[in-house]
Design a protein around this ligand. Structure first.
Ligand SMILES: *Cc1c(COP(=O)(O)O)cnc(C)c1O
Ligand code: SF4
Length: 367
């Protein structure tokens, strides 16, 4: 084939692929068409998809097509193991229901609450802790319900922080976001607004100037990015993180400790360092919640503590998130170690240093 014909063919092929890839994959047929699963899995996965939504964005599909990233694959491509449940698992693993005084509000702590305006996401993480609430077709708040939720926030003067979560709040249109943020800005007792979002890593194309302008409607907006593996920080993603940081929006991250995805010290170190290089401060490492059909993603708490221990010392203090468990039943998030201090008497402690040696510490402020 002459060179120009060959290159024309390659352009046509490329365009065909990019047209095909414009759409997110949302069902078993899409998984088959994208060659993400072999045909013999389709029956089992049909059952999974009936229980838990699937969505894989074009950006994630591109990353998967580029090469081998099992860590990204496992987070978004459904697996028959999701059909297995353990007795400990629950449809409300962190007890949200007990703290929901009205639709869209989860109010567990005195000075802050969650405002969940949407129940949909750009992707559906297979280990999602709200997987039985969140999903394609789940209705977000109606305008009247949103007004009621904002009134609730307006009236409770002990509130200081509003956390937009969901669902993914950055999937709201810039117009709706700026409407909500300008109302929150007018409430004098609300100091900061926080967003919990996965959008920057899974759909960087959706992070643009118009969205950032909407976020700037409130003077103190913080973004907490959900990201679990350094492979997720592609050049396109890093470019958008830079855009957000340059806009003056403080960026933090939360990650879930996931078996065979990020449960080793090397991957976590690379993740946290890459985040910091992109001006994102690691905030939380969550122990996996007891959501239904997610046991294959969890590690033991002992393993999680050992990983945190491996990082403390050799790796910059800025790279250390808090390792937390959100207690089943709704009692909230608690740091779960590791522990370095053992109290041996009222004023006497044994402390393990980062290389494992123990030291005795006498507390001269304790009588
Ligand atoms: C996680 C969570 C928060 C935020 O907790 P922080 O420890 O402040 O990050 C607030 N409210 C609810 C209901 C939560 O689940
Ligand atoms: S982005 Fe968050 S809420 Fe949405 S599916 Fe993933 S874990 Fe669940």
């Amino acid at each position: 084939m002459p060179a120009d014909v060959a290159s024309l063919a390659s352009i046509v092929e490329h365009q065909r692929i990019s047209v095909v890839k414009k759409q997110a994959v949302r069902d078993v047929k899409g998984l088959l068409d994208s060659k993400l699963i072999p045909p013999e899995q389709s029956e089992a996965l049909d059952q999974v998809v009936r229980k838990f939504s699937v969505a894989i964005t074009p950006h994630v599909l591109d990353t998967l097509a580029l090469g081998d990233s099992p860590a990204i694959f496992k987070q978004f491509v459904p697996d028959a193991a999701e059909l297995e449940e353990t007795p400990e698992e629950s449809s409300d693993p962190i007890g949200d229901q007990a703290h929901s005084p009205l639709p869209g509000i989860i109010h567990r702590y005195e000075d802050r609450l969650l405002l969940n305006v949407v129940q949909t996401c750009a992707v559906y993480c297979r280990y999602c802790f709200r997987r039985e609430k969140v999903g394609s077709g789940s209705a977000g708040l109606t305008p009247a319900q949103l007004d009621a939720a904002l009134d609730y926030i307006r009236q409770d003067k002990k509130l200081w922080e509003v956390i937009l979560s969901g669902g993914d709040p950055l999937t709201l249109s810039p117009r709706r976001l700026s409407g909500i943020l300008s109302q929150l800005r007018d409430m004098a007792h609300i100091g900061i607004v926080r967003f919990h979002t996965r959008l920057p890593t899974v759909a960087p194309d959706k992070i643009h100037d118009e969205l950032i302008a909407a976020l700037k409607q409130h003077p103190a907006v913080y973004l907490i990015l959900h990201v679990n593996h350094p492979d997720e920080l592609t050049p396109a993603v890093c470019e958008k993180l830079s855009l957000l940081a340059d806009a003056g929006i403080p960026l933090l991250s939360q990650s879930v400790l996931l078996r065979d995805i990020n449960d080793n010290a090397d991957v976590l170190t690379r993740l946290f360092r890459k985040l910091l290089v992109n001006r994102v401060k690691p905030y939380y490492l969550h122990h996996g919640d007891l959501a239904k059909g997610t046991r294959h993603f969890r590690t033991s708490i002992e393993q999680g503590q050992a990983l945190m221990k491996a990082l403390r010392g050799p790796v910059s203090g800025l790279c250390q998130p808090h390792y937390v468990l959100d207690l089943p039943g709704g009692a909230g998030k608690v740091p779960i170690g590791p522990q370095y201090l053992t109290t041996t008497a009222r004023n006497s402690h044994t402390i393990e240093d980062v290389s494992g040696c123990t030291h005795h510490y006498l507390d001269d402020c304790q009588p």
